[in-house]
Ligand binder design. Structure first.
Ligand code: XMP
Length: 319
């Protein structure tokens, strides 16, 4: 891609100019954006970059292994894998308000990063895979007074607190451009095509209080749903698809017994940049299959619904 080849060269030059001989720390989220930012920055400044992957216990099934494998083995980029599940889940106990969840997670990210930065003898720069839509959505919402819809933790807060300068090489790009850049940088297709995943992870797909038990149920349902989507060949037509575990139990019947288990909501949307979205028009046979498998294979769920709300007025995530 001609444009992305040019962008790559230009961005590398800008990163070198900004960073000089300083040290950069970069948080990997498991998503495409932070991965592309990291690979680009590594190309620009090599060993001056340290990547940190914080496993907050709110990741999807197999996600930590995939990210760590890609960076350590495929790219040979030094990566610190922080296992912080205990800390995050403890701090989230009893937290039910969506913004309070984001703030708690954001604060712990900062503390984890501060600790890791200290271990490498300090870092002057913090790299983030912030995209153009992140910049806009976090700042204001057009058509009214400046209101924060959702505080995206990868934009505000971090650098001021940490007294670090930001390196954000993707700030002008939209998602499709980041994917093109990722391909240009040689990231595997499967990784570049991954659906976006929010920094607060499964915490915002588990309305109400988060418990280990609920996270485990959610992870399984999500994995079954995505497996069905892949089998049907629909993954690449969808911007984002995921399961949400509702804090509601309903009555069901299984064999000759009565069940009283959680409800799972399935979400799938098409979008170009995440700012607006339409629900994905699955056929009913697909939905029936996915629901059947989830109820049969995931203990703790006895009912499945499909979310047919577009954005606006709904948001993509449920919190
Ligand atoms: P919403 O739910 O606001 O989501 O329609 C738009 C896009 O942003 C992602 N998202 C987040 N990403 N931190 C992130 O890094 C967050 O707190 C956050 N909240 C939403 C969401 O997955 C979707 O792609």
């Amino acid at each position: 891609d001609w444009t992305m080849a040019a962008f790559r060269e230009e961005a590398i030059g800008r990163i070198r100019e900004q960073v000089g001989t300083g040290r950069v720390i970069c948080g990997l989220s498991g998503g495409v954006d932070s991965a592309v930012a990291a690979v680009l920055i590594h190309e620009a400044i090599g060993e001056q970059l340290t990547c940190v992957f914080v496993d907050h216990g709110l990741l999807r099934q197999g996600e930590a292994e995939e990210v760590v494998g890609l960076f350590r083995d495929h790219y040979n980029i030094p990566l610190v894998h922080v296992r912080a599940e205990e800390t995050f889940l403890k701090a989230l106990e009893g937290v039910t308000d969506p913004e309070a969840k984001r703030k708690t997670i954001g604060r712990l990210f900062i503390e984890t990063f501060e600790a890791e930065a200290k271990k490498i003898g300090g870092a002057e720069f913090l790299a983030q895979g912030t995209l153009y839509p992140d910049v806009i959505e976090s700042v204001s919402f057009t058509g009214g007074p400046s209101v924060t819809i959702k505080s995206h933790h990868n934009v505000g807060g971090l650098p001021e607190r940490m007294n670090m300068k930001l390196v954000e090489p993707l700030r002008e790009l939209f998602k499709d451009e980041v994917r093109a850049l990722g391909r240009e940088l040689g990231l595997p297709d499967a990784f570049v095509g991954r659906h976006p995943f929010p920094g607060p992870g499964l915490a915002i797909r588990c309305p109400g209080e988060i418990t280990r038990e609920k996270l485990e149920i959610l992870r399984k349902a999500d994995a079954v749903y995505l497996d069905e989507i892949r089998r049907a060949g629909l993954y690449d037509q969808i911007w984002q698809a995921f399961a949400v575990l509702l804090p509601v139990r309903t009555v069901g019947v299984m064999g000759d017994g009565r069940t009283y288990d959680y409800v799972c909501a399935l979400r799938a949307v098409t979008s170009v940049d995440g700012m607006t979205a339409d629900f994905f028009p699955f056929d009913m046979a697909f939905l029936g299959r996915a629901a059947n498998r989830i109820v049969n294979e995931v203990k703790g769920i006895n009912r499945v619904t499909y979310d047919v709300t577009s954005k606006p007025p709904g948001t993509i995530e449920w919190e």
